[in-house]
Write a protein that binds this ligand. Structure first.
Ligand SMILES: C[S@@+](CC[C@H](N)C(=O)[O-])C[C@H]1O[C@@H](n2cnc3c(N)ncnc32)[C@H](O)[C@@H]1O
Length: 312
């Protein structure tokens, strides 16, 4: 099957990246390379796109898509939390734009064969970077019950976490749980019938999200990355982040708040004496969300939120 891509909020991202010919820019999550393709055209002549993805399939695909612009693109199979090292080892002191379009791609969901989809009978893997050791199979079949509950609560905000973890542990005593479909069916049966189809989403959605986050250490890496943002951007440079759930959005919002207003002086002091200097400024307070037209065409965009901040 071919590689599919549907970039989320393409116009909004492009507008707020504020790209100019000659810019050095980073796409931290190449995926189907839709955003990257639009961006690279806007930095010609002379610009450089640094593209990153932790999934080798995405890198291979992006190479093909960006082939006509190969002189202006450098791609890295890596985690974006490694961006400071990548820039450093290439002698780049700062960039004009950084984009993060978080989560997983349509291709990983549909063609990844790594158990991201609860509608497919695939091995429970969920690694975006197959060089890593931890898989969803290992979590499901060997983690203690209490740790499963923790992962499901923390990363999936699933209110039936205890019940589901208990059922998994009972089942795996007889035989390991091998596939995404087996797990999805077990979750569906474990959720009380009256709650099962209460919302529009599949009953296994939250547990699958939790597993994916745990396997790929998504929140940990996003937090690590966010701490480095001001040191990577040139003055006036822009950070655009599209997140898909509240856990991600909270990390981005809180990190930006610290860079924007991290003054630690007591409230009663009339002027700041802690020496805080703002490093980032949000371009708008409330995150942008996709239009109704976009979510009708691309339901995966439903929960997207775009935050944009500028280096001051
Ligand atoms: C939503 S897709 C990006 C889609 C892309 N913007 C487009 O226009 O097609 C997310 C991509 O980010 C990658 N990814 C997620 N977290 C990552 C991380 N911490 N480091 C590197 N790549 C990451 C995933 O492998 C996936 O390919």
């Amino acid at each position: 099957m071919g590689f599919e891509h549907t970039s989320v909020m393409p116009q909004e991202v492009h507008e707020h990246q504020n790209l100019k010919p000659g810019n050095i820019i980073v796409d931290c999550t190449l995926g189907g390379a839709g955003h990257a393709l639009a961006a690279i055209k806007a930095i010609l002549p002379g610009g450089t796109l640094i593209g990153i993805d932790q999934d080798l399939d995405a890198i291979k695909h992006a190479k093909k898509i960006l082939h006509p612009f190969e002189k202006n693109a450098v791609l890295f199979h890596s985690n974006f939390s490694e961006l400071p090292k990548i820039l450093n080892s290439n002698g780049i002191k700062g960039v004009n734009s950084i984009l993060l379009d978080l989560g997983f791609s349509l291709n990983q969901l549909k063609n990844g064969k790594r158990g991201f989809s609860f509608n497919k009978n695939e091995p429970l893997d969920m690694r975006m970077d197959i060089r890593n050791d931890l898989t969803a199979f290992e979590i499901i079949n060997s983690f203690p019950e209490s740790e499963l509950v923790n992962i499901f609560f923390k990363f999936g905000e699933e209110k039936f976490s205890r019940r589901i973890a208990k059922r998994i542990v009972e089942t795996r005593r007889h035989a390991p749980i091998h596939t995404s479909l087996e797990l999805a069916q077990m979750i569906t049966e474990t959720i009380p019938a009256k709650n099962r189809f209460k919302s529009r989403i599949h009953p296994a959605t939250r547990i699958f999200q939790a597993l994916r986050i745990a396997v790929n250490r998504e929140l940990e890496r996003l937090e690590k990355f966010m701490k480095t943002v001001p040191s990577l951007l040139l003055k006036g440079g822009r950070l655009c982040v599209i997140s898909f759930h509240s856990l991600e959005d909270r990390i981005v919002k809180q990190a930006l708040r610290k860079f924007e207003n991290g003054c630690t002086c007591p409230r009663e002091l009339p002027i700041c004496s802690c020496g805080f200097v703002p490093q980032m400024e949000s371009v708008f307070r409330k995150p942008l969300v996709p239009t109704k037209e976009e979510t009708a065409l691309n339901p995966m965009a439903r929960s997207a939120k775009l935050r944009v901040a500028q280096r001051v």
